[in-house]
Design a protein around this ligand. Structure first.
Ligand code: SF4
Length: 309
């Protein structure tokens, strides 16, 4: 990771980031027998799941894993998602950061954001359609949210040298086809394996509070990476841009076993709910705060008013 910075003078925060993500002197090499066994366990579980799925297909993302393992009633409720400048600002910032990583020279954050908005508006996607129809005030808000995030990113991260193989918004999936596909988009990854040596760091960029779910999200990516390439990443980092604080975790065999168990539990629950007709279980928790069902849900109300504690 010494190649991460390009010789420019770094701020204390950038130095801190570099120190946290730097490779230790001893190479990280996972036991190949362990990786083969993990892969075998997943293959066997998928075979069993395929028989129960019938003609249903499942796209399993980090969001769906944590959603189905949280409150199932909320999980099966139709999603009434709508874009807003605050929500879209994150997507635009990620696209701008992606441009910035490969931009020559020292780009101005607002220019990167303007270019990201133009490119996203050309996409054949719901976000592209929404940007196309934006009024001037919402567009200004969108730009403001995204520029804020891009500036915070540049304050936290040193310039990323190309030799560190930085990639942003990189789509990952495993397997390539089949009735169950694990998939996701990695905000930022740095490094790549050297033979069987784990060198990659997978980073999620966050703007809110620290939540345990964020660690689980990254472990899901570590599992997908391991299944794809046979070489696990060496570190996972949730980077909280507002606070300038990363939460970093070394990838271990235990990390991968936990992620496997969680992912298989999530697929099993999806099959029970979507194919086998099991009734969803309510699991009150922090998600009651933004649940669209909360006003008519007794369990949720009890949680929110503290009556269940
Ligand atoms: S209010 Fe809470 S318990 Fe009720 S459905 Fe929503 S998340 Fe589940």
């Amino acid at each position: 990771m010494a190649e991460m910075a390009t010789g420019v003078e770094l701020t204390p925060l950038q130095h801190k980031t570099l120190a946290l993500l730097r490779r230790a002197p001893d190479p990280v090499v996972f036991d190949q027998g362990f990786i083969a066994e993990l892969r075998r366990d997943v293959d066997e579980a998928f075979e069993h799941f395929h028989e129960r799925l019938g003609s249903t297909t499942l796209f399993v993302s980090k969001h769906r894993v944590s959603s189905v393992l949280g409150c199932e009633a909320q999980h099966v409720h139709p999603d009434e998602f709508a874009w807003s400048p605050a929500v879209a600002g994150g997507q635009v910032a990620h696209r701008a950061i992606q441009l910035g990583v490969n931009w020559r020279g020292d780009p101005v954050p607002a220019d990167l954001v303007d270019e990201a908005i133009v490119r996203l508006s050309d996409d054949d996607s719901s976000l592209g359609d929404w940007i196309e129809r934006l009024g001037e005030a919402d567009r200004a808000d969108l730009t403001g949210f995204a520029v804020d995030k891009v500036i915070k990113f540049s304050e936290c991260f040193p310039p990323l040298d190309r030799r560190a193989a930085p990639t942003t918004e990189s789509s990952v999936r495993w397997p390539n086809e089949g009735p169950i596909v694990l998939s996701g988009k990695v905000d930022l990854s740095i490094g790549r394996p050297a033979g069987a040596e784990s060198r990659k760091v997978i980073i999620d960029l966050k703007t809110g509070w620290v939540a345990p779910k964020h660690r689980e999200d990254l472990r899901f990516y570590a599992l997908v990476e391991t299944l794809r390439t046979g070489v696990p990443p060496r570190k996972l980092a949730s980077f909280y841009l507002d606070a300038g604080e990363p939460v970093v975790e070394d990838v271990t065999e235990r990390t991968l076993v936990t992620a496997t168990r969680r992912t298989l539990d999530a697929v099993n629950a999806e099959i029970e709910l979507q194919v086998e007709g099991r009734a969803p279980v309510k699991r009150p928790g922090v998600s009651c705060k933004w649940c669209p069902l909360s006003t008519e849900c007794d369990e949720g109300q009890a949680y929110l008013t503290g009556d269940d504690r």
